[in-house]
Structures are given as structure tokens and as C-alpha cells.
Design a protein around this ligand. Structure first.
Ligand code: SF4
Length: 132
């Protein structure tokens, strides 16, 4: 029966979870080290379908800043993070960008959109302000 340790990342307590599992499932058989029930949910998710929220930046065309910070609207399957980051390298947002705006409707067929997490005004606004 395989065993492993992992740190729960659900809250800042960061409990170290010790689990044993059936590798064929995979299925969780025993767990210790969790200070709350969310630790079990996290361990089961990590065993069967590990996911992470994608956070990165996207280039902005015509913006006051060259990049806008972005995140996936929901956690993505962990194995898709690298391909998703590669996808973002070729993505451009057009200024102005509103915080919360959808920059990509569907990240790699997951149905999860990519959202801007800050606003980037257009360069024209900055130029107009300098002119004043
Ligand atoms: S097991 Fe519970 S208390 Fe411990 S890190 Fe996870 S969520 Fe926080």
C-alpha cells in the first residue's frame, strides 16, 4: 500500500498530510495530519484530479502597461498548466482592459475562462493626461 506526504494548501495552517492509498484507484485509504475535514477533500482531489488556479500575465497592445495580470476563473487540471502558460505567450489583450474581463473564453477545452485581474487603461488616456 503506497504512502505519501503532502502539504495541504487550502488554508495558511499548511498541515502536513500523511496518506496511504490504493494506487489502482487511485483511492485514499487512510489519512492523518489534517486539522479539519477539508484536508481529506484536498488529499482525495490531489490523488484523483489535482488542480491549480493558473496565474500569469498577458501582453497588452496599446496599453498604459505592457502586461496585464490574469488568472483562470477556476482551478485547471494540473497537467494542463504548462500548455496553458505556453498558450498565453501568444495571446494579446487590446487596451483598455477592465479588471474581471474575459480574455479567453475557454482555456484548452476546459470550459474555464481566463480573466484579467487588474485594469490596464489605453495608452491614449495617458497621452491625453500628459497633454493637459
Ligand atoms: S487540513 Fe484544514 S486546517 Fe489543515 S491546512 Fe488543510 S484546510 Fe487548513
Amino acid at each position: 500500500m503506497p504512502e505519501k506526504e503532502m502539504r495541504c494548501i487550502i488554508c495558511p495552517a499548511g498541515c502536513v498530510l500523511r496518506l496511504s492509498y490504493d494506487a489502482d484507484g487511485p483511492a485514499l485509504l487512510a489519512l492523518s495530519g489534517a486539522d479539519c475535514t477539508r484536508g481529506r477533500e484536498y488529499a482525495e482531489q490531489e490523488l484523483t484530479d489535482p488542480r491549480r488556479t493558473l496565474t500569469s500575465t498577458v501582453k497588452v497592445r496599446g496599453g498604459r502597461f505592457p502586461l496585464v495580470s490574469v488568472r483562470s476563473a477556476a482551478p485547471l487540471p494540473k497537467h494542463l498548466l504548462r500548455p496553458a502558460i505556453a498558450l498565453l505567450r501568444d495571446l494579446w489583450a487590446e487596451a483598455p482592459v477592465e479588471a474581471g474581463s474575459v480574455l479567453l473564453d475557454d482555456i484548452l477545452g476546459t470550459g474555464t475562462p481566463l480573466l484579467a485581474t487588474r485594469a490596464v487603461p489605453s495608452q491614449a488616456i495617458k497621452s491625453a493626461m500628459i497633454a493637459l
